[in-house]
Design a protein around this ligand. Structure first.
Ligand SMILES: Nc1nc2c(c(=O)[nH]1)N[C@H]1C(S)=C(S)[C@@H](COP(=O)(O)OP(=O)(O)OC[C@H]3O[C@@H](n4cnc5c(=O)[nH]c(N)nc54)[C@H](O)[C@@H]3O)O[C@H]1N2
Ligand SMILES: Nc1nc2c(c(=O)[nH]1)N[C@H]1C(S)=C(S)[C@@H](COP(=O)(O)OP(=O)(O)OC[C@H]3O[C@@H](n4cnc5c(=O)[nH]c(N)nc54)[C@H](O)[C@@H]3O)O[C@H]1N2
Ligand code: SF4
Ligand SMILES: [Mo]
Length: 745
């Protein structure tokens, strides 16, 4: 294997061998200008360039530092950035590994054998774009432009999005909705008329009581929240953790409620029962702002802690104590809405229960509860109108899921599989920055959709599983080698952050902006790309808000003023909520209007049968999904996942710590690879736990291939949320095997 030092020699930057500073600065800038047409405006300190992190979607802003030879040394947080306060998490610090990873995609590829076989030939960019444009035009002629779709997660989405919209389709979806936070957004919009979004508007900094229901902050390393939580813990804030697993944060909590998985709704309803029956709710707040209190009161009357005990296994006294603890802290209390909430199919209703509980405690709009976030309004250059598509994914799905406020990645996938009910199924996908094979549950379905396509284009930095199915692979340079659209985050203070290249792209890789624009040329859509370079576009945008590219290159992050001083509700303020009634809807008229329960009800979910255990999953602090699975810096810290098994279960099966086993799920799917057993009291006996993002099946990922088990492979039962189409993934059960031979039937 090449050492990193040797590897770096290929970079034109270090090949230039320049020592910069002083008089050499301009030569250096000239060189950069020639080599990648960067739009640098000097003079400034080239040893430190601004970026925002692409390792997860918290998008912390930081500085990339280089040594005197122009080699990347480290990334550190930008002190002015509210998302990170100058500190990166371990993944962000290890992000440079994405640049150094010698398994990266290096040049455009065109498939030579059937999909999934991973056989490609190298191609020029021009050939690749010609191929794509010809196929897209053919789809347009034969089926209409709306039979194309974009899946995207991460920065380049804006440009591929404009390309697709200009082409005539608005099937644009991200797995961060129907596989992640979708139910939360729909539930909070139904209740408060406003979603949570990202970064979450939880006022953890000033909270007195933080309730985490399956949200595993600390392992979920979303930076700002984790920092605020750890400060809060130091200040003695009460933490209540509800988790079938003794998570890292459970160990810092005053109360750990090891709930029986899938029964959270019962706990939430009984908390409401205690808070209402003991008169602990915020009467003034409810009186002034809420709609449907009497209905809710009647609805939860029978959901006593004794009732919930039988379902959740949480003792009635603990339910009462924790409810009182929350009420005592109110309104500086947060019943945290979580983020990855697609669990059991009734997720929108569970998150409605979370929202209602917050309303009863009066925490929405209050200090230490949920603040009102602000976002910088940065004008975009006015583009010509996009053509109106004849239909979209929703129409293809028969108009279901009216309350979903964004497209469903799983819905677009579904609309690709030809079926008699569908007049046109989707024929072409562009997939940017999302490894759909490991991201969408029910891999068989994802692959069936892919096999029905006329065109699959994948834009990625790594040879992830999804690239193995592509007709054309377009290698993007990493975030350290490119500009991207500005980061415009919501927060207490509106902020913008710049990402610019710290170094030239290695190999024959290019940024998304360039790819989308080159494709636009081939498709005659250049009117949607009025700027020749992204630098010009960013500079134009920045100038509309009194900044410039040159300023942002120097400072990286700019804080703006809030337009109105409305972080919290004022004393006795009249507030109108964006709901049908203009009130906080404890009783949801929107859900009722669509034929759903206006107040959350408890549903009993299937339990594992004898010898099977519920598969639950989560995050490790040093990895982000499969994004980091092959990152040399982070695999050094953790290179495989383990399966957590309760000692009682281990004894029954004769399992020992560190022993490798295969898993088999309820549908007879056996894991491709084996996984190490971790025997621990920290998991309930009815469940097993693993970290998502491992068990990679693409051999081109030399560090990640075959390491651990992919939870996605085991998730074949999808519990669909009838309200918004979220894909509940925790209704899968696994058992242990000592080989992976398929039993003959
Ligand atoms: N089984 C299971 N499924 C899940 C989850 C789970 O916990 N378990 N979690 C769900 C959640 S919460 C979410 S948000 C989604 C996330 O789903 P995804 O966003 O699809 O996550 P990844 O699998 O990391 O895929 C990211 C892809 O982007 C590529 N990439 C990284 N950097 C760049 C870049 O700069 N440019 C380009 N073009 N590509 C890049 C990576 O190589 C990788 O192929 O998954 C959901 N699906
Ligand atoms: N390090 C790191 N941090 C990340 C990410 C990452 O990949 N790596 N991804 C980010 C993203 S996109 C997201 S969406 C978030 C997701 O992070 P969160 O929203 O915090 O968590 P989840 O993945 O929903 O939940 C995981 C926890 O739920 C518990 N759990 C399982 N079943 C149940 C149940 O029935 N009831 C209850 N109460 N708990 C249960 C598990 O034991 C585990 O502790 O993390 C974000 N932060
Ligand atoms: S939380 Fe960590 S990985 Fe995510 S953007 Fe921030 S530094 Fe990067
Ligand atoms: Mo997510």
């Amino acid at each position: 294997m090449k050492s990193r030092r040797q590897f770096l020699k290929i970079s034109s930057l270090s090949a230039a061998g320049l020592v910069f500073g002083g008089g050499l600065l301009e030569t250096f800038a000239d060189n950069l200008l020639k080599s990648n047409q960067s739009y640098f405006k000097g003079p400034y300190d080239f040893t430190r360039t601004p970026t925002y992190c692409e390792v997860c979607f918290w998008k912390c802003a930081g500085w990339v530092h280089k040594d005197e030879n122009g080699r990347i040394k480290k990334i550190i947080g930008n002190d002015d950035d509210p998302n990170c306060n100058g500190r990166f998490c371990p993944r962000g610090t290890g992000g440079v590994g994405m640049y150094f990873d010698e398994d990266r995609l290096k040049t455009p590829l065109i498939r030579t054998d059937e999909r999934g076989k991973q056989s490609f030939r190298e191609a020029t960019w021009d050939e690749a774009f010609d191929y794509i444009a010809a196929k897209m035009n053919k789809i347009k002629e034969e089926h209409g432009p709306e039979c194309t779709a974009l899946f995207t997660h991460g920065s380049g989405g804006k440009y591929f999005g404009n390309l697709l919209k200009g082409f005539g389709s608005n099937n644009i979806a991200a797995p961060s909705y129907a596989q992640c936070r979708g139910p939360r957004e729909v539930a909070f919009i139904a209740t408060f008329g406003q979603g949570i979004n990202s970064p979450e508007n939880t006022d953890i900094r000033d909270t007195k009581c933080l309730v985490l229901i399956g949200s595993h902050l600390g392992e979920n390393m979303h930076n700002g929240q984790v920092q605020e939580m750890s400060d809060a813990i130091d200040k003695g804030t009460t933490i209540i953790t509800v988790d079938p697993r003794f998570s890292t944060v459970a160990s810092k909590s005053k109360y750990w409620l090891p709930i029986k998985p899938s029964t959270d709704m019962a706990l939430l309803l009984s908390w409401m029962n205690v808070i209402i029956s003991e008169g602990l709710y915020d009467k003034e707040y409810i009186e002034k702002y809420a709609f449907g209190f009497e209905e809710l009161k009647a609805h939860v009357q029978s959901f006593t802690p004794e009732w919930a005990y039988g379902i959740t296994t949480i003792k009635p006294q603990q339910i009462r104590d924790t409810a009182r603890e929350m009420a005592h802290a109110a309104p500086a209390v947060i019943v945290h809405p979580g983020r990855h909430v697609t669990w059991y199919g009734d997720d929108t209703q569970r998150l409605r229960a979370v929202a209602i509980l917050n309303a009863l405690l009066g925490s929405w709009g209050r200090r230490g509860g949920f603040y009102n976030p602000a976002k910088a309004s940065v004008p975009h250059f006015h583009l010509p109108d996009f053509p109106t598509p004849n239909k979209d994914w929703r129409a293809a799905m028969g108009g279901k899921y009216k309350l979903a406020d964004l497209a469903l990645a799983s819905g677009v996938c579904e609309a690709t599989i030809p079926s008699p009910e569908m007049s046109c199924s989707i024929k072409g996908w562009i997939v940017n920055g999302t490894n759909l094979i490991n991201t969408l549950p029910d891999q068989k379905k994802t692959i069936a959709a892919i096999q029905a396509l006329d065109l699959l284009v994948v834009v990625d930095t790594m040879p992830m599983e999804i690239t193995g199915y592509a007709d054309v692979v377009l290698p993007e340079c990493t975030y350290l080698e490119r500009y991207d659209s500005l980061r415009i985050s919501q927060g207490r203070v509106p902020s913008i952050a710049l990402r610019m290249p710290a170094v030239d792209p290695l190999y024959n890789t290019k940024p998304a902006f360039w790819m989308a624009r080159e494709l636009a040329k081939k498709l005659d859509l250049l009117q949607y790309f009025p700027f020749e370079t992204i630098e010009e576009e960013i500079d134009w945008e920045l100038k509309q808000v009194g900044s410039s590219l040159e300023e942002m290159q120097r400072i990286g992050v700019k804080l703006m003023d809030r337009e109105v001083d409305d972080l919290y509700f004022g004393e006795d303020e009249d507030v109108e909520f964006y709901t049908n009634t203009g009130k906080i809807e404890l009783y949801s008229t929107a859900l009722e209007g669509e034929g759903f329960d206006p107040m959350p009800v408890f549903t009993q979910h299937p339990e594992p049968s004898e010898g099977f255990y519920r598969l639950i999953y989560g995050r490790a602090p040093m990895h982000t999904f499969s994004r980091t699975a092959n990152n040399p810096n982070l695999t050094d810290l953790m290179d495989e996942n383990t399966v957590w098994v309760n000692p009682k279960v281990a004894k029954e099966w004769g399992l020992k710590n560190d022993q490798y086993v295969y898993l088999e799920n309820q549908d007879g799917v056996i894991s491709d690879f084996k996984i190490k057993v971790r025997v621990t009291e920290r998991i309930r006996w009815d469940s097993v736990y693993m970290v998502h993002g491992f068990g990679h099946a693409d051999k081109r990922l030399t560090r990640a291939f075959g390491k651990g088990v992919s939870d996605t492979q085991m998730i074949t039962n999808v519990m669909l949320d009838p309200i918004m189409g979220g894909t509940g993934m925790r209704g899968n059960f696994v058992t242990f095997r000592f080989d992976n031979k398929k039993t003959e039937v």
